[in-house]
Design a protein around this ligand. Structure first.
Ligand code: RUB
Length: 314
């Protein structure tokens, strides 16, 4: 059984962060499953199902934190249905395409909802690069509001540069700051606006490392913190007490081998994400409306019922 080269390439690109950000990772995973289905030369329904599951497992093992990845795989695999290979193939292609369409629609809808929280003349402080967060700014700009941004560079991978570039494309004035300057510049901000890789049932938000410190500082300064996150960021397994795995990335993202050798014998740690408790957050903006973090579980119950099994393990 062969994995389609696109599946392998997508998995490698997600692992290396060529493809990154929770929504983009989810979309790429669904598209890769579609490629696998379209190219499959499986002769029996069993072989076809097994092939798609293997592809899903390969994609799943790339990065552990963004729940949009398993949610995307689950969306497609749950809809894989049919008594013969052509029917099964059509169901996977349709589900993957439908998933991508929903993703785009959800982002536009949450953008419109999030934009209502932004007033003309407001300054937002951003962390990392979130397409959901940027959708809120884009919708506000389209409504004719003048919005400015203070963009944290976001060490070690500098995703703030992507945010800065995309905000400039929207015509938003940008001030780029180093992460350590965030508290000083919070006095100039009306909102902290971030995305999410996963949201737990208790309303905790898992996002780029540094989000929790920013939220604590923002709360102390009285700056509201808004999380823009489509419902594919809701983590179903947290409803039954599972915790979210925080990805530890390569130490060389922090310090290269040469510099490290010059420093001497040190330990280097590089967690990619952290957990912000709900008490530091003001609102979670989704395509289904905005929620105080503590009440996000209501939406999760509506969407997931009592929990979900992982179809690629069935
Ligand atoms: C990206 C990150 C983003 C969320 C949300 O981390 O933390 O805030 O994924 O992004 P990394 P989006 O760069 O390590 O993937 O709103 O685009 O889903």
């Amino acid at each position: 059984m062969d994995l389609h080269p696109t599946v392998e390439a997508t998995a490698e690109d997600i692992a290396s962060m060529e493809i990154r950000g929770a929504a983009t990772i989810g979309a790429a995973a669904a598209a890769a499953l579609r490629e696998q289905a379209e190219a499959s030369d499986a002769e029996t329904p069993e072989a076809f199902r097994a092939e798609v599951r293997v592809a899903a497992r390969r994609l799943h093992e790339t990065r552990p934190t963004a729940v949009s990845l398993p949610n995307a795989l689950r969306y497609v695999l749950r809809r894989m249905d049919g008594g013969d290979v052509p029917l099964l193939r059509a169901s996977v292609v349709e589900a993957a395409t439908d998933f991508e369409r929903r993703l785009g629609r959800a982002q536009a809808q949450l953008g419109a909802i999030g934009a209502n929280r932004l007033q003309d003349g407001d300054v937002v402080m951003t962390h990392c690069h979130s397409t959901d967060a940027l959708a809120c700014v884009e919708a506000a700009v389209e409504q004719g509001k003048d919005v400015e941004a203070i963009v944290k560079e976001t060490r070690p991978r500098l995703q703030g540069h992507i945010t800065a570039r995309q905000l400039r494309e929207l015509g938003v004035p940008v001030t780029l700051i180093v992460d350590n300057a965030a508290r000083r510049y919070l006095d100039d901000a009306d909102h902290v606006l971030v995305g999410a890789d996963a949201i737990a049932a208790d309303g905790s938000v898992i996002n780029k490392i540094g989000t929790s410190g920013l939220a604590v500082n923002a709360r102390e300064r009285g700056v509201p913190i808004m999380v823009a996150a489509q419902t594919i960021k809701l983590h179903p397994a947290t409803m039954t007490g599972h915790t979210v795995e925080i990805e530890m990335r390569d130490e060389r993202e922090v310090v290269d081998d040469e510099e490290r050798a010059a420093i001497g014998d040190i330990t280097v740690e590089n967690p990619a994400f952290d957990v912000t408790p709900p008490r530091y957050l003001d609102a979670i903006v989704t395509e289904s409306g905005q929620f105080p973090p503590e009440s996000i579980v209501t939406l999760m119950r509506e969407l997931f019922g009592d929990g979900v099994a992982e179809p690629w393990l069935e």
